[in-house]
Design a protein around this ligand. Sequence first.
Ligand SMILES: Cc1cc2nc3c(=O)[nH]c(=O)nc-3n(C[C@H](O)[C@H](O)[C@H](O)COP(=O)(O)OP(=O)(O)OC[C@H]3O[C@@H](n4cnc5c(N)ncnc54)[C@H](O)[C@@H]3O)c2cc1C
Length: 495
Amino acid sequence: MSAVSNPKLIKYLILGAGPCGLGAAHRLNELGETDWLVLEKQATPGGLASSFVDSQGFVWDVGGHVVHSHYAYFDKVFHSAIGKTALKHQREAWVWLEGRFVPYPFQNNLHRLTKKTQWDCVMGLLKLTYGSLQRRDLKTQNRSFQNWILDRFGSGIAEHFLFPYNRKMWAYPLKKMNSSWVGDRVSAPNIIRWLKNLILAQDDVAWGPNQVFYFPARGGTGALWQTIAAKLPPRKFHYHQTVIGLDIKAQTVTLQSGKVIRYQHLISTLPLTSLLTHTKFPTHRPPALTSPAITKTKKALFSCAVHVVGIGLTGQPRPELITKCWIYYPEPELPFFRVTVFSNYAPANVPHPGKQWSLMCEVSESPLKPKFISQTGQIANSALIAAVIAGLIRAHLITKTDQIVSTWHHTALLGYPTPTLARETVLDGTLKALEAYQIYSRGRFGAWKYEVSNMDHTFMQGVEVVNRLINQTPEVTVWHPQLVNRAHSTSHSQT
Ligand SMILES: Cc1cc2nc3c(=O)[nH]c(=O)nc-3n(C[C@H](O)[C@H](O)[C@H](O)COP(=O)(O)OP(=O)(O)OC[C@H]3O[C@@H](n4cnc5c(N)ncnc54)[C@H](O)[C@@H]3O)c2cc1C
């Protein structure tokens, strides 16, 4: 703690020990830089990619975490951290609709649906191709996510899956979301392929031989970040340190303890909204950082909360679930938007492998669609868990007689950074204006860009900002998400 109590100048001060902060720390260490420090409010590294062990010994992540790497550099770090022991899995994703499982991507497997739904989907495609519905210019800039879906998938696929699923997950109007984030997260349109699969009644799944992922054998996703952090000098990490103030002119950070630290360059992975709230700005400042501009920016930076409910059970899942990784639930009657068969990821995710199994359920909400969080911020835990269990029974994932031996709950109040249309007009200007003061706001909520907010992206945002500061190498991920994601446009999932 000496560096915290002694307000000496730190050359590279990193706020947050999540994947982004760890990326920056890893790279600084690799380049032989010694003048850096990480401040983290929690007791351990990992941020949203941390894992927890509940009172019964079940392991849980903060929602389904799977690595889809876009970077050779990240792959190297990942494999040197957990590569030898990691478990390899086929990425088997499904959609539950009309009382049946449909392989993901949904549009590739329409033959699994009822005839009526098949017809709705085909009608939507016909209208799109030949019908009266005027196709919007696909190159139109700033198009909404809602239009983007309609223009590519037609009204049937939109109404039966993409609209209800995305409304549920984002808890935000799709017509107010932009579509620039989509990149590799939604499978590209291929009408001929969809119709061929439908007529021939054949499955077309996204989990071919290359669709694999690796998962830590023990300790959940958090084990990856614990291992990466453990390879760095421990004296550089200061836990239980909550940043409550930032003086942009004096280049100082104030901690809850009252301690003040000076910095030369600040790499902040705090939510951008908190950073702006905590910051004391000078009287003369750029237009993007005036009080009205900051108010507008904070309003445009919307997010939804994610409740993660873990259900630990005795016995084994029914045969249909044995190889499934996760299942998307678009239907509004069910509270969760996704359920992960978490015991399938690693036997050690349950305390008694072979005798127990586990389901990890994700429920989202936002101030526009409140469900379990009151206006005063109280979370109705019991109601949430009861609703999830009832939903699991209704979705035939468990039965009334299954023995639940553990329930666990964690809410990420900031879960998904919503790519709103309003965000586009303010975000980059704000991030760039902060840089004039040597503040680099990066990471899932630091940069608020869902399109580059996975673990590989955020780790690399940390690496790239260090490369820029030390080697003057331009950053790609934060400024050009489409370049990073384009190389992997065949993968299909929403994480
Ligand atoms: C539901 C869900 C599912 C996901 N699924 C996937 C997936 O399948 N694949 C994937 O790759 N990624 C996934 N992610 C994303 C992954 O968790 C993030 O990429 C990653 O955690 C972001 O890292 P970060 O360092 O940018 O931010 P964070 O992990 O949020 O880290 C920020 C750190 O800053 C600290 N902090 C905040 N405020 C302060 C303060 N005032 N003072 C000091 N410290 C502070 C926090 O405690 C935290 O440790 C998912 C995330 C969620 C929520």
